[in-house]
Design a binder for this molecule. Sequence first.
Ligand SMILES: [Zn+2]
Length: 188
Amino acid sequence: MSTSETVILESNVCPCGHGKILKHVTTQDNPWSSADISYELSCETCAANWVLDQTGIALVSRHAAAKADAANEAWRLAGQRLHAVVEKLVNDYFTHFAAQSKKAEWQEMHRLDIYVGTYRNYLQDKRNKQQAGKIAYGLRNRPWLTALAAELNSETELNQLIATWDARKNEWEEAARAVKRWPVLPKG
Ligand SMILES: [Zn+2]
């Protein structure tokens, strides 16, 4: 049976300056367990408004972090329909292209700048029964995609999907920049 011991250490001051961030270090009396570290805020105001981020080294403002997460999810959702449309355009293109060999298809993807992987990577993707639309990343070459869509009279839809996706991405980046951070460890 193993026993554990917890010590509570004072770390940085809390963001508002009225309290402390308390570091809880729990160690086991066996050599294979590493120390368990958690943080607690002694200040009620900061405990309500701040939360430890994923890196575990900084507190982030709870409200702004939630907004950034929501914006990230909105960006992801905006991409779903777009990626499906792009995938279909790329699949159709390569169906018509009807490459004489796998190497020729891989080269065509590189010529269009919609694939950055090696031939070996490409073969691996092919072996996983991936279609061209899944292997290539069509959005790397937007003018080419737009031209493909124009041939099918779906240019307007594609451009709208791209514009919305770009807008959601900008909103996410802005929301992420607005997240304030506060280090759990004191400086120096
Ligand atoms: Zn505080």
